[in-house]
Ligand binder design. Structure first.
Ligand code: ADP
Ligand code: MG
Length: 259
């Protein structure tokens, strides 16, 4: 599929994070990151650990409230209300648009795979159990796990658990999916299963922002790679150019260490 990110000038981007700052105890962890993402675009974020990648990602769905800066998705933005709290109606709308997949899967251990995928559909979207189950089974099939529907997370491999977590995120029909090192807890073989599912979603046009150490995924699947160090984007662009011909010495140093 051919994507043309950034070719429509002046049109407002699908997702826009503007000048995001996050401080913890007065110490900045994210220092003015801005990012625009077009519909259907896949952005890989790479960088050393402790550089603010997760914190920035969590700002996109307001799991982390930025100290300053705004995030706008499809025209909806969460503005800080009085006392620094975001307006709850906008927060709910924004969260509903954004699915998230974590390194540690975060499945409910006492619910089966299908129940894990049903829960938020019923609670957040008000779907009937019957509808939620139908959608959950279809998604399990899509990630190759229909046969695991009635198993508990503890009975599934790490790769299977992460694919269940992806199905759970997809069940809420998100407009964008955020992944925070989705394969870092997995052996390479199991990680490959998960990357395969993510690659398929990318080719189907899902908008994705993926924090990853998988350089081959970044190169093969992402439309753009952003390198973050010390709370800021050092450079970003075409994956092959950033990964093979980095312009900044900080990027060169990082890639030399990981490749
Ligand atoms: P990365 O994902 O790139 O490894 P993080 O976003 O997790 O980096 O962390 C960036 C910095 O912010 C680190 O110095 C980390 O210790 C700090 N940090 C992250 N979350 C918190 C928090 N909840 N409280 C205090 N410090 C935090
Ligand atoms: Mg992180």
């Amino acid at each position: 599929m051919v994507r043309m990110p950034g070719t429509v000038q002046n049109a407002s981007p699908f997702l826009e994070a503007e000048d995001i700052w996050v401080e913890f105890n007065g110490k900045p962890a994210v220092k003015g990151i801005s990012m625009r993402v077009d519909r259907g675009e896949v952005v890989a974020i790479i960088g050393p650990s402790g550089s603010g990648k997760s914190t920035f990602l969590r700002c996109i769905n307001h799991l982390q409230a930025p100290t300053s800066g705004t995030v706008k998705i499809d025209g909806i933005s969460v503005r800080e209300g009085k006392g620094g709290h975001p307006k709850s109606k906008e927060l709910t709308q924004l969260r509903r648009r954004v699915g998230m997949v974590f390194q540690q899967f975060n499945l409910f251990p006492n619910l089966t795979a299908v129940e894990n995928i049903m829960l938020a559909q019923v609670q957040a979207l008000g779907r009937t159990k019957k509808d939620a189950r139908g959608r959950a089974l279809a998604l399990l099939d899509r990630v190759g796990l229909e046969h695991r529907a009635n198993h508990y997370p503890g009975e599934c491999s790490g790769g299977q658990q992460q694919r269940i977590a992806i199905a759970r995120a997809l069940a809420l029909d998100p407009m964008v999916l955020l992944f925070d090192e989705p394969t870092s807890a997995l052996d390479p073989e199991l990680g490959a299963e998960v990357l395969g599912v993510m690659k398929e979603m990318a080719s189907e046009g899902m908008t994705m922002i993926v924090v990853t150490h998988e350089m081959s995924f970044a190169e093969d699947v992402a439309d753009r790679v952003a390198f973050i160090a010390d709370g800021a984007i050092v450079e970003q662009g075409n994956p092959k150019e950033v990964l093979r011909k980095p312009q900044h010495s900080r990027t060169q140093r990082f890639l030399k260490a990981v490749l």
